[in-house]
Design a protein around this ligand. Structure first.
Ligand code: NAD
Length: 334
């Protein structure tokens, strides 16, 4: 069991890093951090309209990293890009659960086929690269106990969950059979600056931020559901650990928070922190009910024990930081 020692992860010495989905929410925060630590970062992002990519996320860093506007479904671009990289953070994805039900084949192409191609390319061209994949809590489906740990049964309730799970299994297989250095993090709701707030595709919380800033009511559907939230900076810490720590190879790990909260309480908390706002109660929409998982929060003990990671930011601070960011930068995200 090793305790986290961040100074040991702070040495990037121009290490060559590829971040797929690097113009998106988590990818851009990760890219900015690694550039600050001295890594040589290349981003690949397709900027598909309606997905989470936003070039403003890289504001001030444009000349400090390489940005490549390719699609991860383009095998030949990806082969070229991944060849000489020692670390590949594979974050690009179709992230909307509802969209995955409406356009299952697109989700399959991006979240499965492109992922398998990337692994095949690594196997042939760059077998020593460290490959870190961001999976999702959604693969567990409706929890049968809380907090959900990695032993919980796997039962995805939507197409996106099935495809993320398939990629986890590809990674596991390529680790076992070909010895690729793969790491898997199962993320819970991640929030912070640079998240998508235009619509609810990434999370309902984005829309709530937009509502607060525009002075429109926060729609609370039901409100009794419990969720946990990680600050994006804590998620970036976890990704960096996966890139550098040999203890956390191959087996999937949950991230999570020790502050689960009911959504109605979260809405009230956001209004309190922002200083104004109102709530509009709504019935839970039927189309979403079918893929809703009810209450969820994660147990992240296994990752904590193996790596020393523990979220440093509490929910209040994260919400305050995020609301401040969007108060200042709203025009780039609406
Ligand atoms: N944010 C969360 O709460 C959360 C929770 C669980 C898992 N995840 C996972 O973390 C990863 C990052 O999520 P995020 O919140 O930053 O999402 P995001 O939508 O902000 O970022 C994803 C990025 O991938 C890019 N992308 C999508 N399809 C692409 C393609 N075919 N080729 C190249 N680029 C493409 C998008 O343009 C976007 O910039 C995703 O894999 C997601 O499934 C996120």
């Amino acid at each position: 069991m090793s305790k986290i020692n961040f100074s040991e992860f702070d040495k990037w010495n121009k290490e060559k890093v590829l971040i797929t989905g690097g113009a998106g929410f988590i990818g851009s925060n990760l890219a900015r951090r690694i550039v600050d630590l001295g890594g040589e970062v290349t981003i690949v992002d397709s900027l598909i309209p309606d997905y989470g990519g936003n070039l403003y996320n890289l504001d001030g860093y444009e000349s400090k990293l390489n940005i490549n506007f390719s699609d991860i479904r383009d095998k030949y671009s990806m082969e070229y890009l991944l060849k000489n990289k020692s670390i590949i953070f594979n974050l690009a994805g179709q992230t909307s659960h509802l969209d995955s039900m409406l356009n299952p084949h697109t989700d399959l192409e991006i979240n499965c086929i492109a992922q398998l191609s990337l692994l095949e390319s690594c196997r042939k061209l760059n077998p020593s690269a460290r490959i870190i994949f961001t999976s999702t809590r959604q693969i567990y489906g409706k929890p049968s106990y809380l907090p959900v740990n990695e032993n919980h049964k796997i039962n995805p309730v939507d197409i996106n969950g099935i495809h993320k799970l398939s990629t986890e299994l590809y990674l596991k297989l390529y680790n076992q059979i070909y010895g690729l250095n793969t790491s898997i993090l199962r993320l819970t709701n991640t929030i912070g600056p640079r998240m998508r707030i235009k619509d609810a595709r990434q999370t309902f919380l984005g829309i709530w931020i937009k509502n607060l800033i525009q002075g429109t009511p926060l729609e609370v559907w039901g409100g009794e559901q419990i969720r946990d939230f990680n600050d994006v900076d804590d998620v970036v810490d976890a990704l960096i650990i996966c890139a550098k720590n040999q203890n956390v190879l191959s087996t999937p790990y949950n991230l999570g928070s020790s502050e689960p909260i009911k959504l109605l309480d979260l809405a009230k908390k956001m209004i309190k922190i922002y200083g104004k706002g109102e709530i509009k109660y709504m019935e839970y929409p039927k189309v979403r009910k079918k893929i809703d998982i009810g209450d969820y929060y994660s147990c992240y003990k296994k990752f904590k024990n193996h790596s020393g990671w523990d979220p440093k930011n509490n929910l209040d601070n994260t919400l305050e930081k995020t609301l401040n960011y969007y108060s200042k930068n709203f025009k780039f995200y609406k």
